[in-house]
Design a protein. Sequence first.
Lengths: 388, 512
Amino acid sequence: MKLNVLGIIKKYTMLFALIAVVIFFYFNTDGLILLPQNINNLISQNAYVFVLAAGMLLCILTGGNIDLAVGSVVCFVGGIGAVMMDKNINMVFAVIVMLVGGLLVGAWQGFWISYVKVPPFIATLAGMYAFRGLSNVVLQGKAVGVDDGFFLKVFGGGADCYIPDFFGGKDLNITCIVAGAVVAVVYIAYELKKRITAKARGFSVVPLYTLLIRVVCICAVVLWVFYKLANYKGIPTAFIWIAVVLISYGYITSKTTVGRYLYAVGGNEKATRLSGIDSRKVYFFAYINMGLMAGLAGILTIARQVGAQPTFGQLYEMDAIAACFIGGASAYGGEGSIFGVIIGALLMGVINQGMSIMGMEATYQKVVKGIVVLVAIIFDVLSNKKKK
Amino acid sequence: MGNILLEMKNITKTFPGVKALDNVNLQVEEGEIHALVGENGAGKSTLMNVLSGIYPYGTYEGDIIYNGEVCQFHKITDSEKKGIVIIHQELALVPQMSIGENMFLGNERGKKSAINWDETYSEADKYLKMVGLSESSRVLIKDIGTGKQQLVEIAKALAKHAKLLILDEPTSSLNETDSRALLDLMLEFKKQGMTMIIISHKLNEVVYVADKITVVRDGSTVETMDCHSMEIDEDRIIKGMVGREITDRFPKRSGVAIGEANMEVKNWTVFHPIYAERKVVDSVNMTVHKGEVVGIYGLMGAGRTELAMSIFGRSYGADISGTLMINGKEVTLKSPREAINAKLAYVTEDRKGNGLVLSNPIRVNTSLANMAGVSNNGVIDVDKEYQVAVEYKEKLKTKTPSVEQNVGNLSGGNQQKVLLAKWMFTDPDILILDEPTRGIDVGAKYEIYCIINDLVAAGKSVVMISSELPEVIGMSDRIYIMNEGKFVGEMKADEATQENIMACILQSGRGE
């Protein structure tokens, strides 16, 4: 049992770090950090980090490859969308163009990386310059506002970007509470079904009490988050997009053959190739997905900022990369998970927000962030070393 | 004979949960070549790591007495100062640097702030001459062959004024000629008074070179044999290593009928992917029948692996020409996937580099070449995958606590079994096994041979590439002999002897 506890702590190091950081800020901000409004902001402000980090994880899995162009692509795609909507082009069409635009950028970079074997660092460095320049061209160096109310509402911008309360609750958003309950029930059903099929097929299952602990913890967190959101204005629409992205990529990385190939290529590319898997397609897949996510992040960004500017998206790629590495992705590839990405993005978000609430100067915030990233990785490296 | 140079007394080394060395005693006399033999995981390398200070003083129990004094090595440089130098199995050379730079890496000539390159290179040339290399020390490591690189390692050790040289599997990546040259060099050093410890799996080499042989088994020294006072042969050593007599190193195959041809290769020619004018495989013709084990023997660099990989979906080479027939039909296999679909499997010689994803568990490695077999519409059925992995684990007797164990934690023999499992799961008709028993111990070798026999008994064909003559002769039905890209001979197993195979190679060399 004692060994087991140690194992859990090691496995979920960053989760415990997150809890510790939350507790730290809870006491240093007189509990402000856990106010419903702040929980809400944590999600909305960091939507782009979650989305980009999910895409970035795929690239990192294939061998520690990163995409430096992401921030520029966000700005480029967002710029296109903002200009289109500014010219009163249909919002649905604009969204499709932005997503396809992201996809094409991903395909462009992916092509050079996977088929011509340009090192990803260089290919995307080139993209970082080129798409930043193109954003300026598209926006003609100016800020362009977005005033399509429906667009803003759907993608988490403007004053009212929440799922409406269908039950008309007064202080408490009842739709939000119901949604939380539904999520918890679906999750419990999923775990139960998994256990029952595994048992029916005669496989060993984890002891019931560990499953119970896990289910109770996860349900508690889910219900708590939804309760907090219900106390504010309900479910932010950006939250839906984050959830869709994270669940999709969680599924892809853990349950599908494509996901398995990402890990295998990162673990040993030659062996994967000789196993009849076309590694070029795997790289291409990773970067095309990264492009798609950059497109989505571009949409979320211009909605949140109610417009586009040529400077948007700077250092977004670094936030995404940091979230992945804090979340335990290996810099050599082959290791990492969406769960880790969630923890990594949250950790960064909480630290940002906590420091802002405490009134720390922005200049020092960056120093702290840098130190946190380094400490997180040092901790991870050391605990992994001890495992051996 | 001489006095005792090194004595390791009651060495015990424990890793969490495992006792790697248990009360080991070793005595090495001055001026002798002392061989350490034992199965993989027996503790030979651990013992040498204790000696060289890789496991620092205090992490083990017992005493190291060197030159009459008790030593406490805290790091490698401590032991190197005393003249104990270890040459590891994996070469520790930087390919992009010159021989001279490598030789004095970390031990630079001149001042700290300014390296004296003239001294570096002239010193380096001196040591290169001692190991019989005529290359200039300004040549880059990547431009010389593996055999010469191994010699550079030795020269590097000499440059550290080695009195006791430890060689861990020095010939594992060398061909027969280079191996022999290396062993002769060791004998030459012995004449000059150098003391050496050699760790090797190749027992014929041990018999050739050693004065004394110490057998390590399960973390203890079992016995030390003096090669001068008694007659030692390989069987005698094997008996000590496995603790029992192995009557037959190659299991018999009986009643396996050899059927019709299921793979034919005609006029197969492959060019080097970089040096476009170099023919790596030259008009090879080969036929493989159902239920047959076909051996391909050749020295390293003969083009065996290149032949196999070029057949396997053009995984190697450029400008491949020739015809490939499978079950009487001509096929063109343009990728490994097409080769797998044509029921071909290639089990690589390079388990770690080309074969397995070491950071992944056995379960994942087993299914990698046949994901379709454990998934529906691209969604993996993990339960089924687990079941498959367990099934093969039991079938091949892989020693592991669970199939969730990372492959990197397994011994060489067990890794080889996982690799075989991966390819057996693709349900191939023809398996090309490239050096299937390289670097694995006697017991595991026997089990791999049994698996080969089971495969052909099930009507499959096995092409076994090997550079171990006894293995090729013991296991094959028919043998092709390959030299410099060409098939230079073909013989039935019962006609083949080590002598006439070697003669075949030598003649072909002269014919040029």
